[in-house]
Design a protein around this ligand. Sequence first.
Ligand code: 13P
Length: 254
Amino acid sequence: MRRKIIAGNWKMNTILAEATDLAKAISSGVNPEKSTVIFFPPFPFLQNVREVIANASNFSIGAQNLSSKEGGAYTGEVSAKMLTSIDMEYVLVGHSERREYFNEGDNILFEKLNQSFENGLKPIFCCGEPLGERSSGNHVQYVGDQIRNVLFLLTPQQLNSTIIAYEPIWAIGTGQTASPEQAQEMHLLIRDVLKEKFEPEMVESISILYGGSVNAGNALSIFGQKDVDGGLVGGASLKVNDFLDIIKAMESIG
Ligand code: 13P
């Protein structure tokens, strides 16, 4: 059985009081039993949010980013070691906003994954095609290559502790979500590509999340797809009632 995961990527939103209020309202509003809920707050609030969820079962926390370097003279960077020293469990790697606005390519992403594994962080590796690749019908090749270029360099053990998120860029923050069929097609593709290199049985145990305009209205139909194991939610993760409904949708599935 694959672990079901609902992750909230808060991006560069909230100030301290809003972050702790949000975490409090959500963690006291639902008791997830079948799924793990992970908050990804901004760096300065990680400790505070961690304290809020300390006694909430099946809630966890991670960082939105980490440095590809181990440590040293890299002003403004945050290392994997720093994150594990404050009990972070997860980290996002390869989000399309990092790839696009901060020029993070395959080599950097591989280094970030290595930093995560060396320090005991579980990465959520994000992939997904821009609109142009989807329109020209090249999305299968594009996402397949994102997986091959980075995840094929991992050891089986490393891949086994990786979560994947498929986030088509055209669906992020646009309100134009992928259809359940489009999501299922791409999640199956990702699994098939991984099977070119890794043991099929192990690949079947990897959770693949969908991200891109997930909301309370569409969550159930997307999460109901066979190869969709949860969601990586942006905008709707900042709204208490919407995010609670998304968690409940996941919980209502078998
Ligand atoms: P939205 O849910 O706002 O489309 O964002 C998705 C996302 O980028 C999560 O990482």
